[in-house]
Design a protein around this ligand. Structure first.
Ligand code: NDP
Length: 321
C-alpha cells in the first residue's frame, strides 16, 4: 500500500510516498481501508520532531474508512462497517490498524469526508469547552486562531454553551469568517496588541478563560488577558512551544490556573470517547455544528497541505484522499 512517511525530521520536503506492506490487525484491533484523511497541526509536530517518535513514521492521526478485517476478541464491529477515528498515528496511508475501541461508527447521514474532518478538532473543541473549562452563560472566553479548523469549532461550541466569545485572527478576510462563525468580538492580533483590547472589551476585568493554540507568540498576552483566578488553557504550538515559566508568575498575575491538555487524556476511556464523538457527529448531522472543509488534496500532495496549514493560508479543515 502507499503511505506518506518521515525518515528524517524536517520541513515538508522530508515527506516521502512509500510502498509498504498492508498492516494486519492483532487481538482487539481493526484494519481500516481508508477513504479520507484529516490533516492536523499535530502531523507537522511529528514531521519536525517537536513531538517524539522513532522514524520511519507514517504520519496522520485521523481518518474515515471501511472496516476491512477485525482482530480476535472484538465483536462490536464487522467488515463493511463505516468508521472514523483520530487517536492512532498512521492515517496518511491506504490502510491503517487501530485499537478497535477507538473506531467510531459513522451515522448514515454523514459522508466519509465529513467524518474524517469532524473528530479530532471537534472532540478537542468539545473537551476544552465542556470539561477543561466548563463554559456557562455569563462566562467570557478568549479564543485565538479562531478562523482555523479547531478555532471555528471552539467558537461555535462556546456560543452553544451561552458564553461570550472574544476571538483573534490574522487578517480581515479571516475576521469575516470568524464573525459568521458567531464570535461576539474580533481582534486582528497581527495589527493590534490583543491584551489591552481584551481588557477594554471586558471593562478592565479580563476573561474567564483563554483557549490558546498559538503558543509562544501569544502566551504572555494571554496570561495578561485573564481575570484573577482565570484559567489559561495552552493547548497548541502553532507559533512554537511556550518556554518554561516560574509558577510564581501565576500568583503575581492573580492566582491564575494554567493547564496544558491533550485530547488523549480527555478521551482516555471508551465511554468518554463515545460521549464526545456522539455529540460532535450528531450536532453536525442536525446542523447545529458547521464543518468547513477547505480543501481536499491527493495523498501524494501531503507536503502541500502542510505548507498551506503552517503558512496560515487556511480557514478550516484540510483532507487528503
Ligand atoms: P489551524 O487550522 O488552527 O491552523 C493554525 C492557525 O494558527 C493558523 O491558521 C493561524 O491562524 C494560527 N497561527 C498563529 N501563529 C502562527 C504561526 N506562527 N504559524 C502558523 N500558524 C499560526 O490548525 P489546527 O486546527 O489543526 O490546530 C490548531 C492548534 O490546535 C494547533 O496548535 C494544534 O496543535 C492544536 N490542537 C491541540 C490539541 C490538543 O488536544 N492539545 C488537539 C487539536 C489541535 P491566524 O492566521 O488566524 O493567526
Amino acid at each position: 500500500m502507499k503511505a506518506i512517511r518521515v525518515h528524517t525530521f524536517g520541513g515538508p520536503e522530508v515527506l516521502t510516498l512509500d510502498e509498504i506492506p498492508v498492516p494486519q490487525p492483532g487481538p482487539g484491533e481493526v484494519l481500516v481501508r481508508i477513504q479520507a484523511i484529516g490533516v492536523n497541526f499535530i502531523d507537522i509536530y511529528f514531521r519536525t520532531g517537536l513531538y517524539k517518535a522513532d522514524p520511519p513514521i507514517t504520519l496522520g492521526m485521523e481518518a474515515s474508512g471501511v472496516v476491512e478485517a477485525v482482530g480476535e476478541g472484538f465483536t462490536q464491529l464487522v467488515p463493511g462497517d463505516r468508521v472514523a477515528y483520530c487517536m492512532t498515528r498512521g492515517s496518511y496511508a491506504e490502510y491503517a490498524v487501530i485499537p478497535a475501541w477507538q473506531a467510531i461508527q459513522i451515522p448514515d447521514s454523514l459522508d466519509f469526508e465529513s467524518a474524517a474532518a469532524a473528530l479530532l478538532q471537534g472532540m478537542t473543541a468539545h473537551y476544552l469547552t465542556h470539561s477543561t473549562f466548563e463554559l456557562k452563560p455569563g462566562h467570557t472566553a478568549l479564543v485565538h486562531a479562531a478562523a482555523g479548523g479547531t478555532g471555528r469549532l471552539i467558537v461555535q461550541m462556546a456560543k452553544m454553551r451561552g458564553a461570550r466569545v472574544i476571538a483573534t485572527t490574522s487578517s480581515a478576510a479571516k475576521a469575516e469568517i470568524v464573525r459568521r462563525t458567531g464570535a461576539d468580538e474580533i481582534i486582528l492580533y497581527t495589527q493590534q496588541d490583543f491584551q489591552p483590547e481584551v481588557k477594554r472589551l471586558t471593562d478592565g476585568r479580563g476573561v474567564d478563560v483563554v483557549y490558546d493554540s498559538v503558543g509562544a507568540s501569544t502566551f504572555d498576552g494571554s496570561l495578561n488577558s485573564l481575570r484573577p483566578r482565570g484559567m489559561m488553557v495552552t493547548f497548541g504550538n502553532a507559533s512554537g512551544p511556550v518556554p518554561p515559566i516560574e509558577p510564581l508568575l501565576l500568583s503575581q498575575k492573580g492566582s491564575l490556573f494554567l493547564t496544558r491538555p491533550t485530547l488523549f487524556t480527555y478521551c482516555a476511556t471508551p465511554e468518554e470517547l463515545r460521549w464526545r464523538a456522539t455529540d460532535v457527529l450528531n450536532w453536525i448531522a442536525q446542523g447545529k455544528l458547521t464543518l468547513h472543509i477547505e480543501k481536499v488534496y491527493p495523498l501524494a500532495q501531503a507536503a502541500q497541505a502542510h505548507i498551506d496549514l503552517a503558512g496560515r493560508k487556511t480557514t478550516g479543515k484540510l483532507l487528503l484522499k
